[in-house]
Design a protein around this ligand. Structure first.
Ligand SMILES: *Cc1c(COP(=O)(O)O)cnc(C)c1O
Length: 372
């Protein structure tokens, strides 16, 4: 890359916090202080003992309260993040043939896992061009459907509806859960990692499972399929019921997640979080629509993400340069998803991000663009 122009943002354009990344995302300072204050009582103690299991239970109960889960849905956890969950799902949730909506990098990655699994039939792929939507189609040859609530790479948010057909419905909610409304009747598995909308750290997956999902997990676990123990969802279910994970979790991640959920519940719950994301994202889209240098990447307003906003810049304003100048000024991680290959910025509007800081960011981008 060429040398960055030396552009210093005036003080009145500086946000209160310069973290705009789509994951890992902004972690709240009070959560980190709270973690430090646990001193010798938590970190460095056994994950099988009551102190740590209480934190796991806080996360499970907190997710249940925040999302308003039906009583018979379970909050299952394991190590490795959403990426590990795809592998686990290929072993423990897909019986024979899956169908995948692929609208970006993340949804495509799960499809690739299923396509490569030697014990499964070739999956059915329903693809859309990046920036657009695709939808599940009911089909009796399909026993597991895979879609995505928010495609982080493109900034497309999909409505989640159960297709006709008896297959279970698995939803990648990694960058939506905790900031977007969801109807629990429309899925069987709603899975995510905690370093996006939940503003914690990575390394963990959480999967909300309906009774139908649990039945599927148990039926496959009882079959003669070989499942690597680390990826065995039945083992994860058994451990989650005891408020623990199969192997050692990142306890700091778990603790930060518990504090984050507690904060969200105090602020007003999921409704509050949804509103924050909507406020921030609409500030960005409205600005981009009116700006001479920017435009929303996703053409259909109904599909525009409220959590990961993708903004194209005009060719004369190089996105990498803008990103670099923003970073030099302490406004970080506004880069677009590299593999999209567009002149684009991407801005997280997760609940931890202040709408006022989004306004500062748009003003900062205009300021920089005018000086390039
Ligand atoms: C970030 C992300 C993932 C991957 O999460 P990891 O925790 O890094 O495995 C998967 N799906 C979506 C939609 C994501 O945004």
């Amino acid at each position: 890359m060429t040398d960055l122009p030396d552009i210093r943002l005036p003080a009145d354009l500086m946000p209160s916090d310069g973290r705009f990344g789509s994951g890992p995302s902004k972690v709240l300072a009070p959560s980190l202080v709270s973690l430090a204050e646990t001193g010798a009582s938590l970190m460095g103690t056994s994950h099988r003992q009551p102190v740590v299991r209480a934190v796991v239970a806080q996360v499970q109960d907190g997710i249940r309260a925040l999302l308003g889960l039906p009583d018979d849905y379970e909050v299952v956890m394991g190590n490795g993040g959403a990426t590990a969950f795809w592998d686990a799902a290929a072993f423990g949730l897909i019986e024979r043939r899956s169908q995948h909506v692929t609208i970006g990098e993340f949804s495509s990655k799960f499809a690739t896992v299923a396509a490569g699994a030697p014990h499964l039939d070739a999956p059915e792929i329903i693809a859309a061009e990046y920036g657009h939507a695709a939808y599940l189609r009911g089909d009796e040859s399909i026993d597991a459907y895979a879609t995505i609530h928010n495609e982080t790479s493109t900034g497309v948010k999909l409505p989640i509806t159960r297709p006709d057909g008896s297959g279970i419905v698995m939803v990648d909610a990694t960058s939506a859960a905790g900031a977007v409304a969801i109807d629990h009747a429309e899925y069987d598995v709603y899975y995510f990692s905690p370093q996006k909308a939940f503003g914690s750290d990575g390394g963990l997956w959480l999967a909300i499972c309906s009774p139908r999902a649990i039945a599927r997990i148990e039926s496959i676990a009882g079959s003669d399929r070989w499942i690597p123990p680390f990826l065995d969802i039945k083992t994860a279910v058994d451990n989650s019921r005891k408020n623990q994970t199969y192997n050692t979790p990142a306890i700091a991640t778990m603790y930060l997640l518990a504090r984050q959920i507690e904060m969200m519940l105090l602020k007003g719950g999921l409704g509050w979080a949804i509103k924050r994301a909507e406020t921030s994202s609409s500030l960005l889209y409205t600005w981009a629509e009116q700006s001479d240098v920017a435009a929303p990447f996703v053409a259909d307003p109904d599909l525009r993400s409220t959590t990961t906003v993708t903004i194209d810049l005009v060719a004369a304003v190089d996105a990498d340069t803008v990103e670099g100048v923003l970073r030099a000024n302490g406004l970080v991680d506004t880069f677009g998803y590299r593999k999209l290959g567009r002149n684009q910025l991407r801005v997280a509007c997760f609940p931890n991000v202040e709408p006022d800081d989004i306004e500062s960011l748009t003003a900062a981008i205009e300021y920089i663009a005018a000086r390039l």
